[in-house]
Design a protein around this ligand. Sequence first.
Ligand SMILES: Nc1ncnc2c1ncn2[C@@H]1O[C@H](COP(=O)(O)OP(=O)(O)OP(=O)(O)O)[C@@H](O)[C@H]1O
Ligand SMILES: [Mg+2]
Length: 251
Amino acid sequence: MSGVPVLSVRDGHKRFGAVHALKGVSLDAWRGEVLALLGDNGAGKSTLVRCISGVHALDEGEIRLDGEIAAISTPSLARRAGIETVYQDLALFDNLTPAQNFYCGRELSFPSWLPLGLRFVSNRAMDREAASVIDRLKVKLPKFDAPVALMSGGQRQAIAVARATVFARKLVILDEPTAALGVRESRKVLDLVRQLRDEGNAVILITHNMEHVIELADRAVVLRQGRKVGELKPDRGNQHELVSLIVGAEA
Ligand SMILES: Nc1ncnc2c1ncn2[C@@H]1O[C@H](COP(=O)(O)OP(=O)(O)OP(=O)(O)O)[C@@H](O)[C@H]1O
Ligand SMILES: [Mg+2]
């Protein structure tokens, strides 16, 4: 691939006390590409994602966005830099409605010619936009203006994915976005992933579902015990090799 990767992590280390969760991980993500980030439970995938999206800071190593050293010290700075993340533990606010969750911290306000502090926040416009995106996912919500706390795991997951697709500008990271979803809803999420890629985003997809990886990923990076142990283009022919890399068995 030519040019500069959207995201470039170099020699990233992260420790939690005695746990060395990332041991010198390097990875690039490119526009128009779905990168699968694979590994067993505890391999370090979510930790890497949280370092890229401003939840944690790397202890060592660097992160570049479009070739520039990026100081992503908070999730809101990461968003501002064009990184949308759907976290594994679904960072939605329980007491807010789907639309309020969508626009939290970036409410739609009018009229646009007034300074921000003097504008009206338009709940109706936010409801309308959020509803139309969630509708595309074909996920049924009990009531659109109900707090998210009353929704199922799958409904919450759909809201989080839909939110990321609305605001995606550069890099979208999805940490097990289909884990709580049924077959039909998973399909819709995979369609959205494809759409995000085709719109020119870089997409990092974490999943334990090999079928999804082979169907969708242009490239796969495998982590094991905090280290990158492999990188390949997934297809039916190397599925076993991929699984061996993940579990650490010799092929
Ligand atoms: N906030 C934290 N404090 C302490 N240890 C942590 C923390 N977050 C992760 N770890 C540890 O870091 C290691 C990597 O965890 P991580 O959540 O990144 O794994 P993962 O690859 O996402 O696994 P899974 O597939 O189960 O989601 C694990 O040993 C985990 O216990
Ligand atoms: Mg994880």
